[in-house]
Design a binder for this molecule. Structure first.
Ligand SMILES: [Zn+2]
Ligand SMILES: [Zn+2]
Length: 414
């Protein structure tokens, strides 16, 4: 084994050239300027992530096949499997939400688990095939939400308790295990390690100066595989994707998408998200109605979760991203600790973004379970489609933002 291997990376958040030696077990390399984790120890990475990915896939098959939650409302029994939820939404003419559910909760995570299994197996995959798989993995990663769906199911239990008795089957526990193994596989799997097997990440033509920014050394980071490229390279030699020095025009995209989401946010709150039909009378409830109902019936923690996920997070996200755009574009004299705060804000926005989907999943679960034609049924309402669009648009807005613009005008003290 070679010791004293030196690795260079360009920090994707702040554009600093960082050097580190081989990482020992339990340690990680962190950017000294913006504290982003740059690399982890990869001992047995392939072996461990393949095992977790396979376990997760097995659990996914079990979890999709059988009824996983059921409800008993005055003697009437109704149970649904994970696959019944999108089916019922589809027949309610909410094919949009049904498609989002299938993609975000099932297809994308399962696809990514298959990619992890393939890349970590000993199959003789060609260099090109590996490259394609890594690119697809990166694209899908943002849109995998099985853990958010599971949280949504738990929240909906509290909501459903007011309708009848809920029961969970062993399939429900299989779904929990699917999510657990999925998260484990994702945390351990390192796409960088596989990229580095294809080619080293360093395409610099001159010796690198550690502790200085890439832009000052005529270097740029590939947005896809995070290789270090000379500025004049149009395409990255490692992943064959086009790369730019800075995605300055994408800030306009971020702003445009923020305005769009703000506009869609109005109908998302004005229109109802659920219609409850009790005997022959029907009533619509908006997001806020749901929160107030929960609060009044004493389920304060759940009321707070839904309020935070559906009202506070989208608004905070829109405000934070607008602030970040302002900071990146308009603030000329930037100080290091302000930039660090902004970077933390951006990481928080990135992390928390998809959690707003909780309410969509809660509505999906409640609507597919409470179906009793004679007595009580719950149907989704148009607001849910608007709200899902707000979440998706704000997620795309935060992905379009280039966080290196936060740091560009900061002087590095040596
Ligand atoms: Zn950094
Ligand atoms: Zn690349």
């Amino acid at each position: 084994m070679t010791i004293d291997h030196h690795h260079y990376v360009l920090c994707p958040h702040c554009d600093l050239v960082v050097e580190f030696a081989d990482i020992t077990l339990g340690h990680k390399a962190v950017c000294p300027r913006c504290h982003t984790t740059l690399a982890k120890n990869n001992t047995n990475m392939k072996h461990k992530s393949a095992i977790y990915a396979i376990c997760s896939l097995i659990m996914a098959v079990i979890a999709c096949g059988f009824i996983f939650i059921d409800i008993r409302i005055v003697g009437n029994f109704n149970g649904v499997s994970v696959l019944d939820i999108p089916r019922i939404l589809f027949f309610d003419r909410y094919s949009y939400i049904s498609a989002l559910f299938i993609l975000f909760v099932l297809l994308f995570p399962i696809f990514n688990l298959l990619i992890i299994t393939l890349l970590c197996s000993k199959l003789p995959l060609s260099k090109y095939r590996k490259r394609d798989l890594l690119i697809i993995y990166k694209q899908l990663q943002h849109w995998c939400m099985p853990e958010i769906f599971l949280t949504g199911v738990l929240v909906s239990f509290v909501k459903l308790m007011s309708y009848g008795n809920i029961g969970v089957t062993s399939t429900f526990w299989a779904f929990c295990l699917f999510v657990f193994f999925y998260i484990k596989a994702l945390v351990i799997f390192s796409p960088e390690a596989i990229w580095n097997e294809l080619h080293s990440n360093n395409f610099a033509l001159e010796p690198l100066k550690v502790g200085r920014t890439g832009i000052r050394q005529n270097l740029k980071l590939c947005g896809c595989c995070e290789a270090m490229l000379p500025v004049h390279y149009v395409k990255c030699p490692r992943c064959k994707q086009k790369s730019k020095l800075r995605n300055r025009d994408k800030i306009q995209w971020t702003i445009a998408l923020l305005v769009t989401s703000l506009i869609i946010y109005i109908p998302a709150n004005v229109f109802g998200i659920m219609i409850t039909v009790l005997f022959s009378s029907s009533s619509t409830s908006t997001i806020m109605d749901g929160v107030i109902y929960m609060w009044q019936s004493g389920d304060i923690p759940v009321a707070l979760v839904i309020f935070a996920a559906s009202v506070v997070i989208p608004i905070l996200k829109i405000i934070s991203l607008s602030w970040l755009c302002y900071f990146a574009l308009a603030v000329k004299r930037k100080r290091g600790h302000d930039c660090l705060k902004m970077k933390k804000l951006y990481s928080a926005v990135e992390f928390i973004g998809k959690w707003s989907m909780i309410d969509i999943f809660v509505v999906s679960v409640v609507c597919s379970l409470v179906r009793n034609q004679q007595m009580m049924s719950v149907y989704p309402d148009i607001g849910v489609a608007f709200f899902a669009t707000v979440v998706i648009v704000t997620m795309v807005a935060s992905q379009k933002f280039d966080s290196r613009l936060i740091w560009d005008q900061v002087k590095i003290r040596k």
